[in-house]
Ligand binder design. Structure first.
Ligand SMILES: [Fe+2]
Length: 295
């Protein structure tokens, strides 16, 4: 046995012990795939991978995807490794990174299968915060009261970048709105996603802007309540980074956010594994319009 996984909390988190030399072994890859379904987020403490090893690990788990290639600042020539940092020398659009202070699911406003998993490694840490929090959206669905499940089961939600960065920019300029349009889609997603394996999870995050056919305030209030429910301590793992830590999480069944930091020295390297399931569709204009109704 060259790998062990120690649970962190009943509903989320696992600490993986495996040596550098065994990171790409079949046993490791099978264990990681399985544990991503049950534990949601896995930590490899201070494993200190190179970009090359991180990409090899990513490729062993599935098809590599760079869903932020069209985002300014993503630096497409770094071979699918996206540098998450406020340092303008490394990322020309740090404003986009500020959106990560709020709960989100990676790639949910892109018209393609939802990325299966995200791999993040700590290259330089911040003195001013920068822990990452993960919330299990499978548990959030499973433990809802049955009566709520019946009420919410078939609701549809509009997700957009504009909502995701509203806490950063307030009401964006026309020029900025045009840039959002070029980098992402306005997507309609089910509130409750039934995955191909039959499991169900909620799809939530700051990018959720309203519920189709429900007056705006009602939809947003319900989404806020559900987000608060999903972020309750029992469903959340907070990772306080150490240099060289690598974390992988099931992006299809978790939302995540970073504890705010201001230090420009923090640098994380992200790679992404493509998904095969696509729960949402580009939203039609009438459904988008419906979430801006006052009553
Ligand atoms: Fe993210």
């Amino acid at each position: 046995m060259s790998i062990t996984v120690e649970p962190v909390k009943p509903h989320i988190g696992g600490i993986v012990r495996v040596s550098h030399d065994h990171l790409l072994d079949d046993e490791t890859i099978e264990t990681v795939r399985r544990e991503l379904e049950t534990r949601g987020v896995l930590v490899f403490p201070q494993i200190a991978v190179s970009d090359q090893l991180q990409l090899a690990f990513t490729d062993r788990l599935g098809e590599r995807v760079n869903f932020t290639r069209q985002v300014p600042g993503s630096d497409a020539d770094t071979a699918d490794v996206y540098k998450i940092t406020l340092d303008r020398k490394l990322n020309s659009e740090p404003d986009y990174v500020l959106g990560t202070f709020f709960w989100h699911i990676d790639g949910i406003t892109i018209d393609q299968p939802l990325p299966k998993a995200t791999v993040l490694s700590a290259r330089k840490l911040s003195d001013s915060g920068g822990a990452t929090e993960f919330a299990n959206l499978y548990a959030a669905w499973d433990l809802l009261p049955e009566e709520d499940k019946r009420e919410y089961e078939n609701l549809r939600v509009i997700h957009c970048v504009e909502a995701a960065v509203r806490p950063v920019h307030g009401h964006p300029s026309e020029e900025r709105r045009a840039r959002y349009k070029a980098m992402a889609a306005v997507m309609e997603q089910p509130l409750v996603w039934t995955h191909e394996d039959g499991r169900k999870s909620l799809l939530l995050g700051t990018h959720a802007d309203g519920i189709v056919g429900m007056p705006g305030a009602h939809g947003r209030a319900l989404l806020a309540r559900l987000q608060q429910w999903a972020a309750q301590p029992d469903f959340v793992y907070t990772h306080k980074w150490q240099p060289g830590d690598l974390v992988i999480w099931n992006n299809q069944g978790l939302m995540h956010r970073v504890v705010p930091y201001t230090d420009e020295g923090r640098v994380m390297h992200r790679t992404t594994i493509a998904g095969t399931e696509k729960p949402g569709v580009p939203a039609n204009a009438a459904n988008v319009e419906s979430i801006y109704q006052v009553a």
